[in-house]
Design a protein around this ligand. Sequence first.
Ligand code: ATP
Length: 419
Amino acid sequence: MTKHNPIALTEGSLPEDRWRLLQLVRETATRGGLPLYIVGGSVRDLVLGRRLNDFDLTVEGDALRLARALASKHGGRVTAHSKFGTAKWFLPQNLITDTQTPNTLDLISARSETYKHPAALPTVKPGSIADDLRRRDFTVNALAIRLDGSHFGELRDDLNGMADLQNGILRVLHPRSFIDDPTRPYRLVRYEARYAFRIAEATLALIPEARPFVAKLSAQRIRHELDLILDESDAVSMLRRLAALDLLAAIHPVLADFNRSKFATLESDDASLQNRDSRWVLWLMHLSDQEIESLHERLHFTASLLKILRSASLLNANLTALLGLKPSQVVEFLEGYSIKALEVVSCAVQDEKIRNILTRYHSEWWRVRPKTTGHDLKKRGIPPGPRYAEILRRLRAAWLDGEVKTAEEEKVLLENLLK
Ligand code: ATP
């Protein structure tokens, strides 16, 4: 149903170039007689008075036709994901003036979705805006504002999302929602903490019966939800809540006890920890190598993240071995570890002595090199072989351990070694 719209969608709601772009799409949709809507999270955030960086657009009709009409009038090119009625417009340069703005615009055909099996990807068919709102996760994400022609500003609120939004309530649209798509409980917890909303009791009560279906989600889909959570400033509360709802154990048993994790107990808010990979490491570094390996089978980490995670887990298990070592021995011990793992582990370590050792390695020791190079040894007529590495290692260790402090002293040591 269409309602009076209490939402201000104005120039100030969007970055300047995105607002201009919205006007172009409106004009073309209006001329082509295509009902056009701004939908989903964009409307939710507008109502909450947040400034949008971007928006989601849905067309009742052929999104590809609309995208092609836009590109032929304004330039750029279009690619189609025809199966899902989705078109991507790669914008011409003159339509992007803000460096933060994406260089593409997605246009999506309104659709209906049905689920053949729990956790399967939905079967998608072209549909009306009413169908399109019914396929969504929560009532607060099922709002649309019409943009074309004289309809500009009309609110579609078929599912009472506005009332829930104003009361801060998260509610699924039907009782099978979490079984159809078990990523939704993870989205639910993300919105709950992000907006400090309350989950409707009937919605909360649906989580237990959906839990077994989490196992059916593909690695990519469940990992994506966890990535989104780790991108949030309040990720710790979200993970704690998921643990309490038994939704972490549902992914993999090694995740069950979030309170064992360094992420749960960390007090530091070091800037180097404010990114996704560092947060994965903080969360999982207390696990053993086998546990990480087993979790990787479920989540398919990227190769680079897996390497950092394994390195951090190994380092975390061996930290006490650092105590009492000379700097040169610390360097030898730590050299095999990934720098990223080291950086995160050193922020998370409780023991001050160990933290100091890691910090000194990270800030200075690892780059200490002797003045003498392999080239110098060659000039001295030493036959190439393993002896080079041995001599250079000895010289480096002498610098690290304070046995030599000047180039002169290094020369003396070198002469002794060559004798
Ligand atoms: P965020 O601020 O987290 O990006 P968003 O609402 O923009 O929030 P998107 O993941 O970009 O989230 O999804 C856009 C919209 O698509 C959502 O608002 C929701 O209406 C719908 N949607 C996304 N994921 C699902 C899902 N798993 N099931 C049903 N609807 C979904």
